[in-house]
Ligand binder design. Structure first.
Ligand code: 5RP
Length: 234
């Protein structure tokens, strides 16, 4: 089974948790896209749910699949969010933002009673950090923000190279990647993050940092698909 089939399997298992009438957060990325597609099939068969998308890409996917959408201005909470992740540790701390949607993903996850992470099992790691940590920043004053981030790294005993994310695609080569919120992303290659909550708090205190990809205390379960089958970890 290839990686994409594993992602679809994880999405299908998470779909079993969906009940009629639920208000759902819809994640972003290739695994979450499978969930939206499978959810769309159920909606077309009569399931009554409503979703809040975590990116413009997911909004378009959900519309294409016939999943009814709303916003966090129109409803006051979500029953469950299903989203992918770039890394998951045994405490359910996550690195997210590989797809650049971390800000809306975190707002939606924080508004949810429950967050299920769906992934292929390569994302399950003993310690976060090998995947570059995305940090969403305001372009204004980026030099000062970078220096403040470096100080936060030092205070948390981590270090590594930072690079402003570039957009991908023939027409975009060389351009800076711009998030749905109009911000930039700095990716930090840290290798090991021994204390993710400490680093999360330090980064959140920096004025030019809009949000970072450390999700602490938000996810409560993970559905991991691997060669040996599906594992649900709670
Ligand atoms: C997007 C994300 C994604 O959930 C994360 O990058 C995982 O993506 P994929 O399912 O494609 O591996 O955080 O901002």
């Amino acid at each position: 089974m290839n990686m994409d089939q594993l992602k679809r399997q994880a999405a299908a298992r998470a779909l079993e948790e969906v009940r009629d009438g639920m208000q759902l957060g819809l994640g972003t990325g290739s695994t979450a896209k499978h969930f939206v597609e499978l959810l769309g099939e159920r909606v077309r068969a009569g399931l009554n749910v409503i979703g809040v998308p975590t990116s413009e890409a997911t909004r378009l996917d959900a519309e294409r699949c016939g999943v009814p959408l709303t916003t966090l201005d129109e409803i006051d909470h979500l029953d469950m969010t299903v989203d992918g992740a770039d890394e998951i540790d045994p405490e359910f701390n996550l690195i997210k933002g590989g797809g650049g949607a971390l800000l809306r993903e975190k707002i939606v996850a924080a508004a949810s009673d429950r967050m299920i992470v769906i992934a292929d099992d390569s994302k399950w790691v003993p310690m976060l950090g090998r995947f570059p940590l995305p940090i969403e920043v305001i372009p204004f004053g980026l030099g000062a923000t970078r220096r403040a981030i470096e100080k936060a790294f030092a205070a948390c005993s981590v270090s590594g190279q930072m690079a402003v994310r570039k957009a991908k695609g023939d027409d975009k080569d060389g351009h800076v990647f711009v998030t749905d919120g109009g911000h930039w992303i700095v990716d930090a290659q840290l290798e090991k993050i021994a204390d993710p909550p400490h680093l999360a708090t330090a980064l959140s205190a920096i004025p030019g940092v809009v949000e970072h990809g450390l999700f602490i205390g938000l996810a409560s379960s993970a559905v991991l698909a691997g060669g040996e089958g599906i594992r649900v970890i709670e």
